[in-house]
Write a new protein. Structure first.
Lengths: 91, 509
């Protein structure tokens, strides 16, 4: 037969156990929110990353186009300078 | 054949004596670089031109390959726009002009002689002097022939002169056409390039905002996990008080679950922080590289215009606004928490039913705040006194309980402080936005319209819920990054406004 003290002890343990279970539920919620935040943040970061890649792709395209224009201008100027040098020297 | 040296088109980056010395010792390496820089077509033409022209070309290009870092297309444009070519053409034209003048003088002299002879013949005819004029007529014919020859020669020189003039025109026209075409191309492409660079900046700002929110949420969750962990420890302590061993306590399902979950939560935060920091670096590097690649093109257009105008130009354009460097991490104000109960004040007072007390085990305070005592009773077996607190069935040894009776004032003060702290530090995100908008409306009246923050947009950008509690320092940081991302307010203006706002809502950090 249980003594009063043991009954009190059991009740105490049950009470603490209840509190622990409540606490575990709060922990579960908190950890869930952490994971949710991680997923949400990573998704957004990946979206921004994709936007950045797309923009950089466009910048690369423009730069390559301008490089081509530079080269074309360089060739035109070279041709002009060489012809001019030849004309000035031969006449 | 003498080599014609084109004056250096480069800015005086090196002392002239050094340049002269370098010019004197013509480096074959530079010659090779010059020739290799030509397109196959130009290289073929270069191989066919005279040695003198080759030397002139080498001389023209020399500076371009001697000084590192000179932009080739700008340098070549500078060469083409060098006054040297015009001057040399003018020299050639001057020689032809002298020849033409010589012809003109000679024809004038012939005309004069012819006119004088004709005059003489006319007078002789009037005076009826029977002097034979046959030889004079022959001379006149000879002069006519000489004049015709001179005029023919003059025409040939005139043709050369005109051709030279046309060549100068053709050269300058072709040079301008190339430059204009290039500038036009740049004008067409720089707009989209600027837009893309601006988009990158916006992405960077959005990224900063996202990271700031993540950082704040990580911190909040870390604090929450710490609190939960502390609460768990307290409950474990209570179990220990009932006589349970540590091993028995660890066997509790909920304890096991919490140990694992809290650890995994902390690990998740740690890994996430690492991942985000890595991602942030990667994206920053990508953006920086793209900017580095694009920036020379922004500068080149102005260089072309400067060269074309053959004078330094003041574009009247403000220096490119360097993206303001942000502090990597803004200070997070950690509000100092109040201390626990002043034990010196509390320990001399005997705990009593109805009074407030704290459970102190092995020197550590077990309750978050003092609890009210509902019973003090002896253990039926040992006779040792146990204290029971409100809301708990657990008995605590009286020897481990310290009264907070005299600490009532402390507790009240603490409560007030805590309430005050909460009020001051933690408002919901939505409350902050509403108060911020009210503050702006009060300060700027109608002009505030452009700066009013749309709550929905703020919440969407930060992905926070309207009732998410924020400390003022977090609100300040997030609002700054949000406004920067939305390009609404400058840093200076924001600093002025946020300080005023801080005072207006009574926050004292």
């Amino acid at each position: 037969m249980k003594t009063d003290k043991n009954i009190t002890k059991d009740q105490n343990i049950q009470d603490i156990n209840k509190q622990l279970e409540d606490l575990a539920a709060r922990v579960k919620k908190a950890v869930g929110e952490i994971k949710e935040t991680s997923i949400e943040t990573n998704t957004r970061v990946e979206e921004i990353n994709s936007e950045v890649d797309k923009t950089i792709g466009e910048i690369d395209g423009i730069c390559s186009d301008l490089d081509k224009a530079d080269k074309e201008a360089e060739d035109g100027l070279d041709s002009l300078i060489l012809k001019q040098a030849e004309e000035l020297v031969t006449e | 054949m003498t080599s014609e040296k084109i004056p250096s088109t480069k800015k005086p980056e090196a002392p002239s004596s050094a340049v002269e010395t370098a010019e004197a010792s013509y480096s074959s390496e530079i010659v090779e670089k010059v020739e290799n820089s030509f397109s196959p077509e130009n290289k073929g033409f270069f191989n066919r031109i005279s040695e003198g022209a080759k030397e002139m070309a080498h001389s023209a290009y020399e500076g371009l390959y001697k000084i590192p870092g000179v932009n080739k297309v700008v340098g070549k444009m500078e060469i083409a726009y060098n006054q040297f070519w015009i001057d040399k053409n003018e020299e050639k034209k001057a020689g032809l002009r002298d020849k033409l003048n010589g012809f003109d003088r000679k024809t004038s002299a012939l005309d004069k002689s012819k006119s004088d002879a004709e005059d003489l013949m006319r007078r002789m005819k009037i005076e009826d002097k029977n002097i034979p004029t046959g030889s004079l007529l022959l001379k006149l014919k000879e002069w006519d022939k000489q004049k015709a020859d001179l005029l023919n020669k003059r025409d040939a020189v005139q043709t050369k002169f005109e051709a030279r003039e046309n060549k100068v025109k053709l050269f300058t026209n072709e040079r301008d056409r190339i430059a204009d075409k290039l500038i036009g191309h740049y004008n067409e492409k720089l707009g989209p390039l600027e837009k893309n660079l601006s988009d990158l900046n916006t992405s960077r700002d959005e990224l900063e905002l996202t990271f700031a929110v993540a950082e704040m949420r990580h911190r909040d969750k870390t604090v929450e996990l710490d609190k939960l962990d502390k609460e768990k420890t307290r409950l474990e302590g209570l179990l220990r008080e009932t006589g349970m061993s540590d091993r028995q306590i660890k066997d509790f399902e909920s304890v096991k679950y919490m140990d694992e979950s809290i650890a995994s939560g902390r690990e998740e935060i740690r890994l996430e922080k690492e991942l985000l920091a890595k991602k942030e670096r990667e994206i920053e590097i990508k953006i920086a590289k793209a900017e580095e690649k694009a920036n020379p093109f922004r500068d080149k257009k102005n260089e072309f215009i400067r060269v074309k105008d053959s004078r330094p130009i003041d574009m009247g354009v403000k220096p490119r606004e360097k993206v303001e460097e942000h502090e990597d991490r803004e200070k997070i104000n950690i509000h100092e928490r109040h201390k626990g109960i002043n034990k010196d004040e509390a320990k001399d007072v005997v705990p009593k039913v109805g009074g407030l007390a704290q459970w102190v085990s092995q020197g550590a305070v077990q309750f978050e705040k003092p609890m009210r005592i509902v019973d003090i009773t002896p253990d039926p077996v040992s006779g040792e006194m146990y204290v029971f607190f409100e809301g708990s069935n657990v008995g605590v040894r009286l020897s481990e309980v310290e009264s907070a009776e005299r600490g009532d004032e402390v507790e009240e003060a603490e409560k007030k402080l805590e309430e005050l702290d909460k009020d001051k530090e933690k408002l919901s995100t939505l409350d902050y936005i509403i108060k911020w908008n009210d503050f702006l409306k009060g300060k700027y009246k109608k002009e505030a319209l452009a700066e009013i923050v749309e709550p929905k947009d703020f919440l969407k950008a930060t992905r926070l819920s309207g009732d998410y509690k924020l400390e003022f320092a977090d609100f300040k940081k997030l609002m700054f990054k949000y406004l920067k991302y939305k390009k609404i307010s400058s840093r200076e203006k924001f600093t002025r406004d946020i300080n005023g706002f801080e005072k207006s809502i009574g926050v004292q950090e």
